[in-house]
Write a protein that binds this ligand. Sequence first.
Ligand SMILES: *Cc1c(COP(=O)(O)O)cnc(C)c1O
Length: 432
Amino acid sequence: MHFISTRNDAPAATLSQAIAAGLAPDGGLYVPQQMPPARALEAGDSLADTAATLLQPFFAGDGLEAELPRICAEAFDFPAPLQRLATRNDHVLELFHGPTAAFKDFGARFLAASLSRLRAGQERPLTIVVATSGDTGAAVAAAFHNQPNLQVVVLYPDGRVSPRQAHQLGCLGGNIRALRVAGSFDDCQAMVKQALNDAGLQAQMPLSSANSISLGRLLPQMSYYAHAALTHRAAHGSPLNVVVPTGNLGNAMAAVMARALGVPLGRIVLATNANRVLPDYFAGGGYQARTSVATLANAMDVGAPSNFERLRWLYAGDDAVLRAQFLSRAVDDDAIRDAIAARHRRHGEVFCPHTATAVRVLEQLRASGEAAAHEHWAVAATAHPAKFETVVEPLIGRQVPVPPALAELLQRPAHAEPCAPEYAALRDVLLA
Ligand SMILES: *Cc1c(COP(=O)(O)O)cnc(C)c1O
């Protein structure tokens, strides 16, 4: 299979090329030349085996094809269980059992396992430069830690990520360097962009990025939806409907692609925080990117969802068809707080602020009858509540136990290098 750009102005690429490049050279996003046809899929396999079966058509003919089962075994070595909630026919798909307790661990680990194989035998290591406002950088740093032929430089705005997030970035050491930049997230992102566009620098050290538009992160995310929906159908005979907490649309896009491949998913609903570009679009307004506003669900503070271009491509740019397929709802900070407090008070359930947006949207759909009582629905739980303890603990009036993998990271000493918010400073660090 080959991959083309959503902007149709770049040569077709192999999967390996698309994964190594991240963004297509015309600025578009890589998409499959055509989607593989839907298949009859069976439950019963492990998450890693389900992933290998589902992803096989995308790897067909590529240099990585023979390695796919081993890549999946490495990336999917922790579970994504579907758990029942207290409310009838409601479930939660727990995507937070990886090393940094967020769903981004799946994509980051798959990308790392793929890139380490693509770089095998190369003389110089590949340096991944990432700007992060928290979750992405932690997942990428943990996934690439100790991978041969790869090193990571993470930039984060000093003082503007949570103390636990900063700790996760600085505690790995080895091939991972954390830079605390005296500036904003936008400064960090601009510095990374300049590095990636600096041909002189690239001649001395090969660079790449690992942001959420990378196919190496998007494709594997289909796997947990497949595993959950197939297991659910085997037990209940019905498709699983999902509500996905959405920012850049990477996680939800994977659900959409999985459904197109024959995974028994019913409806896919997009829950956002107060950044309501998607709800406004799906309600019939035009697509209008905006500056993001800060919310409690900060990993979803996105004003221009980067994967929207892929979603439009999948529906051949037909807005009417696309709108008919999805429902999207926004949840403001007060409703996020209320959802966290009320679910804990009534049912003893604890959710992170991102997951809480989707829980609240599902409650609204149940109340209005848009989600019928007999239908089974699952909320994608994108992070463990212990990652956002400063929001969650005051609302529920108790401490949230830290999962073991996260506790292990938090116990290590952490160190980050200071960096001025200028490209020249980053360049010096990279070349030092
Ligand atoms: C990144 C993130 C999201 C948003 O996912 P997208 O793929 O950008 O839509 C939601 N919740 C958490 C906890 C995240 O880290």
